[in-house]
Design a binder for this molecule. Structure first.
Ligand SMILES: Cc1cc2nc3c(=O)[nH]c(=O)nc-3n(C[C@H](O)[C@H](O)[C@H](O)COP(=O)(O)OP(=O)(O)OC[C@H]3O[C@@H](n4cnc5c(N)ncnc54)[C@H](O)[C@@H]3O)c2cc1C
Length: 646
């Protein structure tokens, strides 16, 4: 049931088994899988609306060429970036059913096997490549269909044993590629970097055509909503509540368990929300679990305003402490990116820049008539994932990863100041060890170079050593009327110097790439400063002025031991709670060298199985009425209609 936004109070059940907070990628996967059992009820709260299928969302060739469709973006910004140029950056995140998968660039990559094995090494049994591969496969409906011409010139030969063909998310290849894709792959090959026929089979370092999240049959976007929600929205046990912003999760103390380090587990008994055009807070109780899927930025903020987070943050917010968990909102990681435009001047070249006037009309007509042609081609299909081995081989002075090693002063490297919690520092030390082994692995990338359809070679750091933070600035996320101003989002890009250093080497590598025989045929005319790759000072300044997000935030509710700054257990349960899970990108402990949506789909598939397992094998938890309310201001709503809160 899609509950009408303006009359939600007339439609809500008195209570739900599961309440999912956030109807983005992860939330919709879990809601779909849990409601396969007709005996459980699930309510999904989503702050955004259902998209109206505008071409800017559905047509691959239009995505990323204009801004975001305004209501579908949270309009978040970062704090001024002190390790860059002291400017803040826009930070687009999906505010729409389907979340980031409605805005994203369609790239579907997984990274290397070793990336996931590192998650397991960090204390998470079952979260290795082997543990996740069945879920990568379960989520996708992979089509290897591509014309024989492209198969050969672009080396597209997927390994079908690692792909699923009957999952919900369409994954495939466009029916059209621009000529620059061939030139780029050949240029990279000239440099001795391998060309991969399938980047998603466990070895991810090399140049490659990436599969896209598109439906092969009509060459349009495949997203979380169309894959996991639309086909099951008529299930009577699945309720979707759009344009409803969750403002808090409410807890009671469970009977003491004697479990260390928490005296008593906290039970999430209800979710508080604000409905469209209303100032009241309403509550809906849940019988089994609250499942947090609000994304890496907003899930930690919601935990904090609900009293779960670092002591200092809870104190600043003046919220009653439910659980002190230092890692909530820490360990933020993102792929920082610099876009470098190379302006191919070859007169006969056809690129997405040529889609104007009559050409554009013809291309549009072709796409609408038979789903072929340049509009099927996403902005990004052709990339090179560069390992440290290849970077060192191709450049005179490659970055020295030994500084990541075990003798390093972790606390100083974090640059979090004297108040950094010891568990965060300890967790960082463990991550650095895992990162060192990743960057030295020739199957793993340290840089991504994305050759897009308009002549940009964007350079992206793949294993950042910097760690940022997310913090709620007010105990009321809607203070002042909107959420964005109440979020302190500080990626702390390049707080570790090596991150910017890697980008500088990436730009030097670009210079080598455009000077290869095949790329020279495009007649690149790099604009200043990309034409001066020898000037390190200039490159560093430019990087610092131009770094922006690749939209891959993770780590803020990391799946790691509590003693290492983690927030959730390997079963994704928030430490110290009986029934609160996080299933979104925030649980990723270390960013893989990949675009992350395929991992998020897989994580959520696995999360759904974990939840099902727990409730099949264990007695359903005692309902909330037997529990003790945490204190004034948290009135308990045992049953009946949702109640307004002051
Ligand atoms: C512009 C952009 C481009 C990207 N490009 C790619 C790409 O090409 N390839 C790739 O692999 N990945 C890409 N990504 C990343 C990918 O889309 C995300 O990793 C993925 O969407 C994360 O899923 P999630 O479930 O963690 O969060 P989301 O998908 O962001 O879902 C969170 C949902 O929770 C909702 N929500 C948040 N707070 C509340 C609240 N308080 N109350 C109610 N609802 C709430 C949000 O509105 C949102 O719908 C891109 C992301 C963006 C934004």
């Amino acid at each position: 049931l899609n509950i009408p936004a303006d009359s939600i109070l007339d439609h809500l059940l008195p209570s739900y088994d599961y309440i999912v907070v956030g109807g983005g990628v992860s939330g919709l996967v879990v809601a779909n899988r849990l409601t396969e059992n007709p005996n459980v009820t699930v309510l999904v709260f989503e702050a955004g609306e259902l998209d109206s299928s505008p071409e800017a969302v559905t047509v691959p060739g239009l995505i990323g060429h204009g801004g975001f469709v305004p209501p579908y973006n949270w309009n978040l910004t970062t704090t001024p970036q002190e390790f860059l140029d002291n400017r803040s950056r826009d930070y687009g995140q999906g505010h729409v059913v389907g979340g980031g998968s409605i805005l994203n660039g369609l790239v579907m990559t997984r990274g290397a096997k070793a990336e996931y094995d590192a998650w397991e090494t960090l204390g998470n049994p079952g979260w290795s490549w082997r543990g996740l591969l069945p879920y990568f496969k379960k989520s996708e409906n992979f089509s290897a269909v591509v014309s024989p011409e492209y198969q050969n010139t672009l080396h597209i030969h997927p390994h079908m044993s690692v792909h699923g063909t009957d999952g919900p998310v369409g994954v495939g290849y466009p029916s059209f590629f621009y000529n620059q894709s061939t030139k780029f792959l050949r240029g990279i090959h000239e440099l001795g970097v391998p060309v991969l026929s399938d980047p998603n089979a466990g070895v991810a370092a090399g140049a490659t055509i990436v599969p896209s999240s598109i439906l092969a049959w009509n060459q349009s976007r495949a997203d979380g909503r169309r894959s996991y929600l639309d086909p099951v929205l008529d299930r009577p046990n699945l309720h979707l509540a759009t344009q409803q912003t969750v403002t808090r999760i409410l807890f009671v103390n469970e009977t003491s368990t004697g479990q260390s380090p928490f005296e008593a587990l906290r039970r999430a008994y209800a979710v508080e929300f604000v409905t469209l055009g209303d100032l009241h807070r309403w509550q809906v109780p849940c019988g089994k679990e609250v499942i947090l899927a609000a994304g890496s930025v907003l899930s930690p903020a919601l935990l904090q305003v609900s009293g779960v987070g670092p002591a200092s943050v809870l104190e600043d917010l003046q919220v009653p402490v439910v659980l002190e968990i230092p890692g909530v909102g820490q360990n933020f990681q993102d792929h920082g990116m610099v876009q470098a435009f190379y302006n191919y001047t070859e007169p006969g070249l056809f690129s997405a820049n040529n889609l104007t006037g009559d050409t554009l009309l013809n291309v549009q007509e072709q796409y609408l008539a038979n789903h072929t042609g340049p509009w099927t081609q996403p902005l990004i299909s052709t990339v090179a994932f560069i390992s440290l081995f290849n970077l060192s081989r191709l450049l005179d002075h490659a970055p020295n990863p030994s500084v990541i090693g075990s003798n390093f002063d972790h606390k100083a490297a974090l640059r979090l100041g004297p108040d950094a919690h010891p568990t965060i520092v300890e967790g960082y030390a463990h991550q650095l060890r895992a990162l060192l082994s990743l960057v030295l692995n020739p199957a793993v990338a340290v840089l991504e170079i994305m050759a897009d359809s308009i002549g940009t070679l964007s350079v992206v750091m793949q294993h950042p050593l910097s760690r940022g933070t997310v913090r709620a600035l007010s105990s009321d996320l809607l203070s002042g009327g909107s959420v964005a101003p109440n979020i302190h989002l500080d990626p702390r890009y390049c707080s570790h110097d090596l991150d910017c250093e890697f980008l500088r080497y990436g730009l030097k590598l670009n210079d080598r790439i455009i000077k290869t025989k095949h790329m020279k045929e495009l007649k690149p005319a790099p604009a200043y400063p990309w034409n001066d790759a020898c000037n390190d000072t200039l490159l560093t300044e430019t990087i610092k002025a131009r770094i922006q997000t690749e939209f891959h935030p993770v780590g803020t509710t990391a799946m790691m031991p509590l003693a290492h700054g983690g927030v959730v257990s390997p079963r994704l349960v928030v430490y110290g709670t009986a029934n609160l899970r996080v299933v979104d990108a925030g649980i990723i402990p270390i960013l893989p060298a990949a675009h992350i949506q395929s991992a998020v789909f897989a994580i959520a598939e696995k999360a759904a199985d974990l939840i099902k397992e727990d409730y099949d094998t264990f007695q359903p938890p005692t309902p909330a009425p037997n529990s003790i309310p945490l204190g004034p201001g948290d009135p308990h709503t045992p049953s009946g209609s949702p109640e307004p809160q002051g």
